[in-house]
Design a binder for this molecule. Structure first.
Ligand code: KG4
Ligand code: ZN
Length: 333
């Protein structure tokens, strides 16, 4: 009989709870925290307080949607890290109390590993080994995935993450937080007519802070001549920024595929919701003869279904946590 796992994700600003029976997602409920948009970024202390308010109703909603009772839960999974300490603490503490009360085991999940394992929620499931470009608000990594629990980071950002680049540049353009989805929408209405430089970073690592600076200087110069420059060229600026972020990501992915002779290529994390990236991956995939894997939109950004999926592999491997488990702000996969 397939195991029933309740999974909790609280690493950043989304409280998400899922119920899985075996590989099947019975429910996946997310309470997002709109409160941060007024500050232009996630305020950690505000986030942890909002998690405290949201966690009980989100767990109840997930149980209700799944059509199960608390007593049907056979294991409780939680995001142990990486993430914001205060936010993680809420999920970790809640998971530990629930597991203790129900007398069921605990499963401690690595958030970045879970983003990759979002590919195991639905068909098509990539065969091993495959490469996964994990692009989120806090991370940008190319991961060599040998098995569900055996992953190696081949390269990562040395400064800002790709999502952070979208958010910071979007902020300069006056877009609300998180700016990534707004840049995506506006980019679809414009053309990449402005050419921002591509950084020369060795090997499979990335850098995005230079792009942010060059956009800033470009806008400063343009608005000196035309104070309306941003508002009259917003779509083209967004298309140009997105085009460069996507080309930086895909060029490194091409390099990784070539070095490691792997042609099963996946993307994951919040930025994998970006339509420009999804389209470019498909086009590059055709040219390079890759088989590409793109998660459903709902499993790109933070969600507990991916935490439950990672937890299922831990459960099958017999890797359990105990009541001494503490959150980890940093945790390499
Ligand atoms: O994976 P995620 O939900 O949370 C983290 O673990 O960080 O990723 C959030 C990031 C944010 O930076 C957000 O702006 C970006 O993903 N994002 C997007 C899009 N949707 C979310 N960036 C570009 N285009 C999108 N459509
Ligand atoms: Zn994430």
């Amino acid at each position: 009989m397939a195991v029933t796992i309740l999974a909790i994700e609280s690493s950043c600003d989304d409280t998400s709870v899922a119920v899985l029976r075996g590989a099947t997602v019975l429910s996946n409920i997310t309470a997002s925290q709109a409160i941060h948009s007024q500050y232009g970024g996630v305020v950690p202390e505000v986030a942890s307080r909002a998690h405290e308010i949201n966690i009980v109703p989100t767990v109840q909603a997930a149980l209700h949607k799944a059509g199960i009772e608390k007593t049907d839960i056979e294991a409780v999974a939680f995001t142990r890290g990486p993430g914001l300490m205060g936010s993680l603490l809420v999920g970790v503490s809640f998971a530990k109390s629930l597991a203790l009360a129900l007398g069921v085991p605990l499963l401690a999940v690595n958030h970045m590993q879970a983003h990759v394992l979002a590919h195991f929620i639905d068909e098509p499931i990539p065969p091993f080994p495959f490469l996964c470009l994990t692009v989120s608000g806090g991370h940008t990594q190319i991961v060599l995935v040998r098995s569900p629990l055996d992953m190696e980071v081949l390269g990562e950002t040395i400064d800002d993450a790709a999502g952070e680049a979208f958010d910071k540049i979007g902020k300069i353009l006056g877009l609300p937080y998180p700016a990534g989805p707004h840049v995506d929408k506006l980019a679809a209405l414009g053309n990449p007519v402005f050419k921002f430089p591509e950084p020369r970073i060795p090997e499979l690592n990335f850098s995005f802070s230079g792009l942010k600076t060059s956009v800033m200087y470009f806008l400063r110069d343009q608005t000196k001549e035309n104070p309306e420059f941003i508002s009259t060229h917003l779509n083209d600026i967004c298309a140009s920024v997105q085009d460069r972020i996507v080309s930086i990501l895909l060029n490194k992915l091409k390099m990784a595929a070539k070095i490691h002779h792997i042609h099963h290529i996946a993307i994951a994390g919040g930025v994998s919701a970006n339509r420009g990236l999804r389209k470019a991956l498909e086009e590059t995939g055709k040219k390079q003869k890759w088989t590409t894997y793109i998660p459903q939109f709902q499993y790109c950004t933070d969600n507990a279904a991916m935490i439950g999926t990672a937890a299922r592999f831990l459960y099958e491997a017999g890797i359990f946590a105990d009541q001494s488990a503490a959150p980890l702000a940093r945790w390499h996969i």
